[in-house]
Structures are given as C-alpha cells and as structure tokens.
Design a protein around this ligand. Sequence first.
Ligand code: F6P
Length: 216
Amino acid sequence: QRSIWLTRHAETEDQLRGKLGSVSQELTPKGRRYCRFMADMLRNCKRQMLEVGETSDREVLVLLGTAPVHAATLNALKSIPDEADDRINFLAMSTSLLNELDGGVCNGMTYEQIQREHPDIWAAREQDKLNFRYPGAGGESYADVIGRLRPIIIELERQRRSVLVISHLAVQRCLYAYFTGHPVQDTPHLELPMHTVVELRPKPLGAAVRQARFED
Ligand code: F6P
C-alpha cells in the first residue's frame, strides 16, 4: 500500500490580494504554520507505514512545480526539524509539468479585474471552463492541463512509493479528478480547500480518500 498526497502550495501574500497564478513566493505566517503541520503529518504517516511494513525507506518523495511558491513551500517543509532519532527526510523533484494553468493575459490579475477589463474572457470562461483557453502567450485551458499532466499521472500510477504533490489549485483538481474517477466536466469546479492534505490510496476502481485539514 502507498499514498499519493496532494496539497496546494502554502498561502502567499499575493494570494490574499486575490491575484491569479504564481505571482509571489512570499509565504504568509499561516502558510508557514501549515508547512509545519504538513511536515509532522507526513512524517507520522511514514512512520506508521514503516511500522506495519508498508514501506522500508525513510524518505517522503515530493513532486512539485517550478514556480517560486512551490520551492518556498518545499523549503518551509524541509526546514521543520525532525525531532525523532530515526529521521524522515524529504526528497524532491520539480517539473514545469506541475506548474499552474497559465492564465495568459490574465495572469497576475484578480477576478474583479478580469470581469472589469476583459468581460469577454470572463463570459467565455463561465460558458465552458473546461475548454476555455486564456488568450495570450502560453495561455491554457483545463483540457490543456489535463493533457500535459499525462506523464505525471503515468509516473504516479507506476510509482511504488508514497509521493507528495505540491501544486496550485487547477493542477490539483485535474489530478484529484483522475484518481477519484470524477467526470472530466466536473474537474474545473472541484472544491479543494487551502491548507489541506488530501490522501489518495489507489485501489482497483478508484482511490480511498482522506483529508487532513490544518486548523490554525
Ligand atoms: O490560487 C488560486 C489559483 O491557483 C490561481 O492561481 C489560479 O488561477 C486559480 O486558482 C485557478 O482556479 P480557477 O480555474 O477556478 O480560476
């Protein structure tokens, strides 16, 4: 048995200002506290797996995007010392395949700004959020993101070890929908709150799901 843990990056100052995309990497104090919660939780899970013989290694593998906020979340996680003698470490690999859905011309804007400055974009996205591709260089749709995540999904399927994935919301939605068997049309609308680790335990038809929510 192994787990796939999904988490959105820790809260940033720009996120509090409502900006879309990977704008800043400055974590809020609450974001940093979440990283402590996550480090403790993952190490405890790993220790339980060691105890029952589900694993023999002492590392939590981490896959993450290449945005500064992904690295900031990982660094905050790694900076939490393991108090136990038998240390559990984090072993990370970053890939741009896990970067957030690219908002094209709307990257860095707030939803209010988009409604005001690009009402046409707002309306078209409301019509068909799955297939709407943001205009501008690199702009993407959810369908595009689902396509680019295929190698990640294959890796997560074949990986025998437990893995933590750190990304933004849209990428989390696509991975969550795939592993839990949600209809693809629902993907862009799934609720995946901040500061929550979703644990998926893949089984023949879908996955067992548990959530560990950080209460500040
Ligand atoms: O932090 C929120 C966020 O990850 C943004 O960066 C991103 O643009 C947004 O979520 C995606 O959500 P939606 O597709 O619902 O606009």
